[in-house]
Unconditional design. Structure first.
Lengths: 321, 329
C-alpha cells in the first residue's frame, strides 16, 4: 500500500466531496454564508498540510474550505459552522469566510486577504521563541500580494529569520481582475527571491509533487533559518463567490479551464493510486467512507440547534460572561 | 516584565536613545534586545505580528511614538485584532497592549497630534485606556499588560511632565472604575487625559467664586464607568464633558447622550461638550491655541450654565507646557 499517495488522496477526495455536497445543498438556502470554493486548488493544501503534519499551525484567507479540511480532516464542526449552528467551530459566528479550529492548528482565516499574513509571521515568532519546532504556514492568493501588508510581512520574516512558510496560491485573478491589470512585474517569485529567504515554485496539480516540495521547504526553513516562499499556480474552477461556474461572464475562457481539468488534482491522484497497484475496489471503499462521513456531518449539522440569541453578545472580551 | 517572561516591548524607536519620551528607559538594557526591539516602518504588519504572537501565548506591547502613526494599523485593529476572539468562538485570547502617544507641543501639526480614542472605542473588542495621573499611568498599564484582551493605551505627551505620588511597588488599577479627582456639588466636569488638568485648573478658579466643581476622570473609555459619572451628574444637575478629541461624532457626544438619557429629569442645563473643533490641527502657534480647548473655555462654559457674569481672569496664571516646550520636536 503506497501510504503517502493514499493519505494524499484521502485529503483530496475529502475536500472535493465536501464541496460537491455544498453545491448539492446550498440551494436549500440553509447554509447562509457566502461560499468561496476551493475547487481546483486541492493539491496545494493537501500536499502542504500532509507535509506540515499535525503539529503545525496554518492561516488562510476567506477561500479556505480546502485548507481547513486538509489540515483538520474533520467535517462535523465544518458543516455545523456552514449551517450557522451552535456545534460549529465558532458557534456560527464565523461561517465559511472565517473558518478556524485552533485546537487542531487551523488558526484563523481572513477576508482581508493580506491581513492574515502578518499574524502568521507573529505566530511563527512566538513558536521560534518557545523553541517548539512548529512550522507556521500561511496561504493566500495572488491578490494578497497586491496589498502592502504582504511586503511588510515578508520583509519582517526575512529580517527576523522566522520559521514561516508563505504559500502563494496563484489563480490569476483578484476577484475578477486578472493579474495583467494588477502587477507591474513579470514574476512574483523572481522578486521575492531578492529577499533573504528560500523560494520554490510549481505549476503542478500533483499533490505528491507538492508534498515533496513542501517537505523541501520545511527542511530549508529549519536548515538555513530563513522563511520560505512557495509559489503554486492553480486554476479556480468555480465563480469567485458561489457554487457555480461562471465562464459565461466573459472574463475568462472555458478552454483554459478544460486544459486544467485534464490534469484535475483528484483524478490525477486517483489514477496514480491505481497505477501503484491499489485496486479500484479499495479506492471506492475509501471514497464511500468519506462520502458517508460527510453525509453524517451534514445530517448532524442540519439537526443541531442554533445558539441562543444571547450568544451574539458573548466572546467579545476574554473574562466576560 | 520581571514577573512574566512572555511580555515584550516592540515598536519603531522603542530601544533607541530617545526611548519614546523616556518611557522605555532601561527596558532593553535590563531585559535584552529580545524583549525590547526596534521594527521596520511597518505599522500594519507589526500590529498583525503582535496579534499572532498574542494568540500563541506571548504578551506583546506595541509602542507608537505618535498615535497618528498607529492609524496605519487601523486595518489590523478593526478587522483582525478586535474580532479574533469573537471569530474563534471564544477559543483564542489576545493579550496585546498598544501604547500610543498623543502629541502636543507647538507646531506638531495635523499628523503628530491625534488622540482618536473615539474611533478605537467605536470598534467592539478593543479596550481603551487614557491615564491622567502618574499613579494611574502605572496602575493602569500593569492592568493592561495583565489583561487578556487588546488594550489601546493612550498617553498624552504633556502628561509625562505631571508630578504626583506613585507607589514604588507593583499595583493595579481596575478598568471601568472612574476616578473622582475633585469632589463638588454644583457642576460635574467629566474630562479625558490632559483635559483633566485643564478641568482642575478651571475648578480652582471657579472655587474662588464659591462654585463647587466635581471633576471625574473615567480613566478607561472602554469599559466605561457610567455609574460614577451618572451619580455625579444626578448630584450636581450640570455636566460639561471636556474631551481631548474632536467633538463631532466623538466620545463627548456619546457621553452626553448617555447622561441625557439617564439623568434627563435631573439636569438643570443641557450637557455641554468641549473638545477640538472640526478642523485638522494647525501648526502656527496662535492657530494651535485656538484649536486646543483649555481651562478658560471650561470656565466660560460653566459661567453660562450657572448664569454667572464672566470672571476677571486677567490676573490668573494658566498652566501651559508650551512655554517649557523646546524643539526640535
Amino acid at each position: 500500500m503506497p501510504k503517502l499517495n493514499f493519505d494524499l488522496y484521502k485529503k483530496l477526495y475529502l475536500i472535493r466531496s465536501a464541496e460537491k455536497s455544498i453545491q448539492k445543498y446550498y440551494f436549500e438556502n440553509e447554509m447562509r454564508t457566502p461560499m468561496h470554493m476551493s475547487m481546483g486548488e486541492e493539491a496545494i493544501v493537501a500536499g502542504i498540510c500532509l507535509a506540515l503534519g499535525k503539529d503545525s499551525q496554518v492561516f488562510g484567507t476567506y477561500r479556505s474550505h480546502g485548507l481547513y479540511l486538509a489540515k483538520t480532516g474533520e467535517t462535523d464542526k465544518f458543516f455545523a459552522e456552514m449551517y450557522g449552528k451552535e456545534t460549529g467551530g465558532a458557534k456560527g459566528k464565523a461561517g465559511s469566510m472565517h473558518l478556524s479550529l485552533p485546537e487542531m492548528g487551523m488558526m484563523g482565516t481572513s477576508a482581508i486577504v493580506a491581513g492574515v499574513i502578518s499574524v502568521a509571521v507573529g505566530a511563527s515568532f512566538a513558536n521560534k521563541r518557545k523553541k517548539n519546532n512548529k512550522t507556521t504556514a500561511v496561504f493566500f492568493g495572488d491578490g494578497a500580494i497586491d496589498e502592502g501588508s504582504f511586503w511588510e510581512s515578508l520583509n519582517i520574516a526575512c529580517l527576523m529569520q522566522l520559521p514561516v512558510l508563505f504559500v502563494c496560491e496563484d489563480n490569476g485573478f483578484a476577484v475578477h481582475t486578472p493579474n495583467t491589470l494588477r502587477h507591474g512585474y513579470k514574476s512574483i517569485a523572481d522578486i521575492v527571491s531578492k529577499f533573504d529567504c528560500n523560494v520554490l515554485k510549481t505549476e503542478t496539480t500533483d499533490a505528491e509533487t507538492i508534498y515533496n516540495l513542501a517537505k523541501k521547504a520545511i527542511g530549508l526553513i529549519k536548515k538555513n533559518k530563513r522563511p520560505c516562499f512557495l509559489y503554486a499556480k492553480y486554476y479556480r474552477y468555480l465563480e469567485h463567490v458561489g457554487v457555480n461556474e461562471d465562464f459565461s461572464a466573459g472574463y475568462r475562457s472555458k478552454k483554459e479551464f478544460e486544459k486544467w481539468q485534464k490534469k484535475d488534482p483528484i483524478d490525477l491522484q486517483r489514477k496514480k493510486l491505481l497505477n501503484l497497484g491499489v485496486t479500484e475496489e479499495k479506492v471506492k471503499e475509501l471514497e464511500k467512507v468519506i462520502d458517508g462521513q460527510i453525509e453524517n456531518s451534514i445530517k448532524s449539522a442540519k439537526q443541531a440547534p442554533f445558539a441562543e440569541v444571547a450568544e451574539a453578545y458573548k466572546d467579545v472580551f476574554y473574562g466576560e460572561k | 516584565m520581571e514577573r512574566d517572561s512572555s511580555v515584550f516591548v516592540y515598536g519603531i524607536g522603542a530601544p533607541d536613545h530617545k526611548k519614546i519620551f523616556e518611557s522605555t528607559e532601561g527596558i532593553a538594557e535590563k531585559f535584552g534586545e529580545s524583549r525590547c526591539f526596534d521594527t521596520p516602518l511597518s505599522e500594519d504588519a507589526m500590529m498583525g505580528f503582535g496579534l499572532g504572537a498574542a494568540i500563541n501565548g506571548l504578551k506583546p506591547i506595541n509602542v507608537h511614538i505618535r498615535l497618528d502613526f498607529l492609524m496605519l494599523a487601523i486595518n489590523q485593529l478593526s478587522n483582525m485584532v478586535s474580532s479574533t476572539r469573537y471569530g474563534s468562538g471564544g477559543k483564542l485570547k489576545v493579550p496585546l497592549v498598544v501604547r500610543a502617544v498623543a502629541g502636543r507641543g507647538w507646531g506638531q501639526g495635523f499628523q503628530h497630534s491625534k488622540t482618536m480614542h473615539s474611533v478605537f472605542a467605536h470598534i467592539p473588542g478593543l479596550k481603551v485606556v487614557m491615564p491622567t495621573t502618574p499613579r494611574d499611568a502605572k496602575g493602569l498599564l500593569i492592568s493592561a499588560i495583565r489583561d487578556n484582551n487588546p488594550v489601546i493605551f493612550i498617553e498624552h505627551r504633556w502628561l509625562y511632565w505631571q508630578e504626583g505620588e506613585v507607589p514604588k511597588e507593583e499595583f493595579t488599577i481596575p478598568f471601568g472604575k472612574a476616578n473622582i479627582l475633585r469632589k463638588g456639588k454644583d457642576l460635574t466636569i467629566v474630562a479625558t487625559s490632559w483635559m483633566n488638568v485643564e478641568a482642575l485648573k478651571a475648578a480652582e478658579i471657579l472655587a474662588k467664586r464659591g462654585v463647587d466643581v466635581e471633576v471625574v476622570d473615567p480613566r478607561t473609555i472602554v469599559p466605561l464607568d457610567e455609574k460614577t459619572i451618572i451619580e455625579s451628574v444626578e448630584k450636581t444637575g450640570r455636566c460639561i464633558v471636556a474631551d481631548n478629541d474632536w467633538v463631532f461624532c466623538g466620545f463627548s457626544g456619546e457621553l452626553s447622550a448617555i447622561i441625557s438619557e439617564k439623568c434627563f429629569g435631573k439636569l438643570k442645563y443641557p450637557v455641554q461638550r468641549i473638545g477640538l473643533p472640526q478642523i485638522p490641527c494647525p501648526t502656527a502657534r496662535h492657530l494651535e491655541n485656538e484649536f486646543y480647548p483649555n481651562a478658560v473655555k471650561i470656565i466660560r462654559t460653566a459661567e453660562k450654565m450657572l448664569k454667572l457674569t464672566p470672571t476677571d481672569l486677567s490676573k490668573e496664571e494658566f498652566y501651559s507646557h508650551e512655554n517649557r516646550f523646546k524643539g526640535p520636536f
